[in-house]
Design a protein around this ligand. Structure first.
Ligand SMILES: NC(=O)c1ccc[n+]([C@@H]2O[C@H](COP(=O)([O-])OP(=O)(O)OC[C@H]3O[C@@H](n4cnc5c(N)ncnc54)[C@H](OP(=O)(O)O)[C@@H]3O)[C@@H](O)[C@H]2O)c1
Length: 293
């Protein structure tokens, strides 16, 4: 343990260029106060009173919408990206520049990055109040056509990486909040996207488990389960129209509604272990989406 102050950013180097992940096999290269985070109480002092959120996959789409909403609510942000570095840097500028937001880049299928991502996020502003596990990949493959490799990749990104980030957050020993991005389809069986579906279902169970496990340290863990928000990158929204009849309210979920639900869960001190469906009632419908009734 140490009371030494947080490492300061070098003024000559833009903050959002500092966190390109470098593979290391041990924690020995980290500053002592960061390397020691796993066991001790918070080691880095609060720099200001405004809270800090770390959002994975924040460069574009739903992750970027969550970032805008949290920034408007007064959060400082650590915006994680993998390939979307330019978009993440543009978002930093949009949200007020370094000091308001910083970029942390890395591949969440790399176990070494996952193990260090939280301590690197803490290093950005000296504290962490909210983790949003948003990064994900969707593949539409039935069980029979999903190779073991694909299962491992999908499970790692959609389930094991969020769990590892949650564990690292819990190891800080501080109160806070975690919101996991799930999917309304977990309420049914989506056999056409087997690995994605099973990974999100497991993450939903892990959300409840973590909520119970870490309640005593006032670390709350919740999930949001969106329905139809956006089709894959490059596909027009109109291509979702044929799926709307499966949604009881008959409407798509705007990404701003997902973002405002994340904010609600972050701000409400008594909610933990909850999974909030943002899906126009899709999880209540008789048939799985795209399946004939
Ligand atoms: N879209 C929907 O309609 C919908 C519906 C239900 C649930 N959801 C859930 O909502 C969340 C956001 O959805 P979305 O459609 O906005 O997600 P998305 O665009 O498919 O993916 C979000 C981000 O995940 C990051 N990512 C992918 N592979 C990665 C890797 N190996 N390492 C690190 N990051 C990686 C990507 O970051 P880079 O671009 O930087 O590589 C990407 O921008 C997801 O968890 C999804 O399951 C979405």
């Amino acid at each position: 343990m140490t009371d030494s102050p947080a490492p300061m950013r070098s003024p000559s180097r833009p903050a959002h260029r500092r966190f390109r992940f470098q593979f290391r096999t041990s924690r020995a290269w980290l500053p002592a106060q960061v390397a020691g985070l796993r066991r001790g109480p918070p080691l880095l002092p609060m720099l200001t009173s405004s809270p800090v959120a770390f959002i994975t996959g924040a460069g574009r789409r739903i992750g970027a919408a969550i970032a805008r909403t949290l920034a408007a609510a007064g959060y400082r942000l650590v915006l994680h990206c993998n390939d979307s570095r330019k978009e993440a840097e543009a978002l930093v500028d949009e949200l007020g520049g370094p000091g308001r937001a910083e970029v942390l880049q890395g591949d969440l299928t790399d176990a070494a990055f996952c193990a260090l991502a939280i301590s690197q996020a803490v290093e950005c502003f000296g504290r962490l109040d909210l983790l949003v596990n948003n990064a994900s990949r969707y593949t539409r493959l039935p069980l029979i056509d999903t190779s073991l490799d694909e299962f491992q990749r999908l499970f790692f990104l959609n389930c094991f990486a969020p769990i590892e980030l949650m564990r690292e957050f819990a190891a800080l020993g501080t109160p806070g909040c975690i919101v996991n991005l799930l999917d309304a389809r977990i309420a049914k069986i989506d056999h056409k996207a087997a690995a994605y579906h099973l990974a999100k279902q497991t993450l939903a169970e892990a959300t409840r488990m973590a909520a119970l496990a870490w309640a005593k340290q006032r670390l709350r863990v919740n999930g949001v389960a969106p329905g139809l928000v956006r089709p894959a990158e490059g596909v027009p929204l109109s291509r979702m129209a044929h799926l709307l009849p499966f949604v009881p309210l008959g409407i798509r979920t705007p990404e701003e509604q997902v973002a405002s639900a994340v904010r609600f869960l972050a701000e409400n001190d008594v909610v933990t272990g909850e999974i909030l469906y943002l899906d126009g009632g899709l999880h209540l419908a008789d048939a799985s989406i795209g399946e004939k009734q």
